[in-house]
Write a protein that binds this ligand. Structure first.
Ligand code: MG
Length: 184
């Protein structure tokens, strides 16, 4: 379902593989690399006054491979490359748990999304969880908001072969195509 974009339209972005190139356990800010046209996508969503949230699983923290400080520095570098000024995101959630931990914020837990819906008085039909993995999709569906998968045709086929009854999601090849669809 697509609704008119308003000031209360809220986009929850996955980070790795959605805004920036997924490099396992990204640690060095110099390795942050924007995906093609991600900057244009985020710029147009910000110009349309969408609320923007960042929601990233970082199990490397629990695994001791990276620190929260590494994650913050990489986020800052990403925001610098996106070049939309400071405080681009209305809120950021880094879920540091490993898959073996009891999940609190780790996607597919919807906790962060649900918290933000309450805090900012958002309407679920105006909220979108956008990501490149199943855990992103199910975080969105678990929060009862729109779920958007950023993937190739093959990625979409794989997803639907694993989840044949899961029809209620949108699929785009890039963040840019999603933004174009949302804003047109
Ligand atoms: Mg991802």
């Amino acid at each position: 379902m697509k609704t008119t974009v308003t000031a209360k339209t809220a986009i929850f972005f996955d980070r790795d593989g959605t805004i920036i190139v997924d490099k396992n356990y990204l640690k060095d800010p110099n390795d942050v690399e924007l995906l093609p046209k991600a900057k244009d996508a985020i710029s147009s969503l910000k110009s349309a006054q969408c609320m923007l949230f960042l929601f990233s699983n970082q199990s490397g923290v629990a695994r001791g491979i990276i620190t929260m400080d590494d994650v913050f520095k990489c986020n800052l570098r990403m925001e610098k490359l996106l070049d939309q000024g400071p405080n681009l995101f209305d809120a950021i959630c880094i879920a540091p748990e490993s898959p073996d931990d009891v999940p609190i914020y780790r996607k597919p837990s919807p906790k962060f999304i649900v918290d933000m819906i309450e805090q900012f008085d958002l309407q679920r039909e105006n909220c979108y969880m956008v990501g490149d993995k199943e855990s992103d999709i199910f975080a969105g569906l678990n929060a009862q908001i729109n779920a958007v998968l950023i993937t190739s045709n093959d990625g979409a086929k794989t997803f639907f072969s694993k989840h044949p009854t899961c029809k209620n999601i949108k699929i785009f090849p890039s963040l840019f195509e999603f933004a174009k669809w949302l804003l047109e």
